[in-house]
Ligand binder design. Sequence first.
Ligand SMILES: [Zn+2]
Length: 207
Amino acid sequence: MLFEQAPVSSSQQVHESLFESGFQWVNQRCSDQGLSEGIRYLQQVQKLAIDPGMINVLENLRDRQVICTWIGENIPVVNARLNQCLQACQDCFYPQERRSAQIFAVPLAQSFQIDGLCNLQTRPYSILIDVGRVPSSDWMAIVAHEYAHAQVGNPGHDITYAQVLAHLCLGLGLEAIDWEHVTESRLRHWPPYTPKTDPLAFWRGME
Ligand SMILES: [Zn+2]
């Protein structure tokens, strides 16, 4: 779906300043409820990031309005799918072993070069996934990777992490860990998938 910028109407609203990073987009007049909801969503999710700079959509002068509007109008459906993935991960463990986690889709700053993260400093743990960087057929793979961090309670990719991820891969039908060649750097990108070349296309509603 392609969402164009909404035309300005008489029922304009005034948006106050956005992020605390000093970015100036104050008193932006807009008519689109989706836009304001998208901005509010990004502000909330930014609080769950390990580093606020990981979410910098509003500094994207060219695309911010289109992206925020698309998020405001579509993010519940996207997050519902991610929550199904998260639930499937949790179902691989006995109830008393499961970790409490929340999950949100959000575009992540390209400079960090990550497709997802698990913030272990929040309660519940917060998993953020840039679904624009991951083919939809591989959303389960990246959610499993991040949930494994939550399950272990550790951001590293050690043997304990590998064992938990292997359990998830088995339970979810994901590519099994190759124990003969397992390394920290391979685990960092397991289960494997091919990242998309234009991460923001999804968030601009071009897919
Ligand atoms: Zn990892």
